[in-house]
Each structure stands twice: as C-alpha cells, then as structure tokens.
Design a protein around this ligand. Structure first.
Ligand SMILES: [Zn+2]
Length: 111
C-alpha cells in the first residue's frame, strides 16, 4: 500500500477522470478538495494542496489559468484516460499528452 500523502495526486487524477474529464471545463482546487477531503488524513487542509497541484502541472496533466486569493482555476491539457498498471496493480489516470509512465511515485513503470 502506498502512504496516504503519496496517494493524493493519484486521488486527484481519479476525481478529474470521473467528474471533470473535459478539456473545455474550468475547475478549482477548492472543488477538488471538497471531494477529496473525506478520503484523506483529516489534518490536511486546502493549504496543503498547492504542492500536489504543482506536481500535476509539472507532470503535464493540468495547467493553472487564473487565481483569486487561494482559489486556483485549472484546465486540462488533454483528456484523461484510465489504465491498470501491471506493475503496482493500481488503477491509474493519465492525460493523453503525458508520458506513458505510472504516476504512482513508488512504481513509475512504463504503461
Ligand atoms: Zn504502477
């Protein structure tokens, strides 16, 4: 099992795949955190999230388009697809333009 903090970017990817998988949509960190917060360590707050969104930007999944105080709006670079990683056995979610590499940092196997 991967630890809960390492799983947060993977959970954000899943939320985007399931609820926000449209390149014309704008969505916010607040919206995603509202969905995420029931599943993560309760000591984590919205203020802990920027590092995870930055990672997802660096990975090439999403890009920031606007900011208003702590609310950040994002858009996807491309549609997100679901895969099953044959190495770590997780269901994972990758944008179509991202490298075909497992986003589980403890795995990183080619997909
Ligand atoms: Zn994997």
């Amino acid at each position: 099992m991967i630890n809960s903090v390492a799983s947060i970017p993977l959970q954000i990817r899943k939320i985007i795949y399931e609820k926000l998988n449209d390149t014309s949509l704008r969505f916010t960190n607040d919206e995603i955190f509202e969905i995420l917060k029931g599943n993560i360590d309760q000591s984590l707050t919205i203020d802990d999230m920027p590092q995870f969104f930055k990672q997802l930007h660096d990975d090439g999944l999403l890009r920031p388009i606007a900011q208003d105080f702590t609310t950040q709006w994002y858009k996807l670079f491309a549609e997100v697809e679901q895969f099953k990683c044959n190495s770590c056995n997780l269901e994972i979610h990758l944008g179509k333009l991202e490298p075909r590499v497992c986003p589980n940092l403890e795995c990183k196997s080619p997909i």
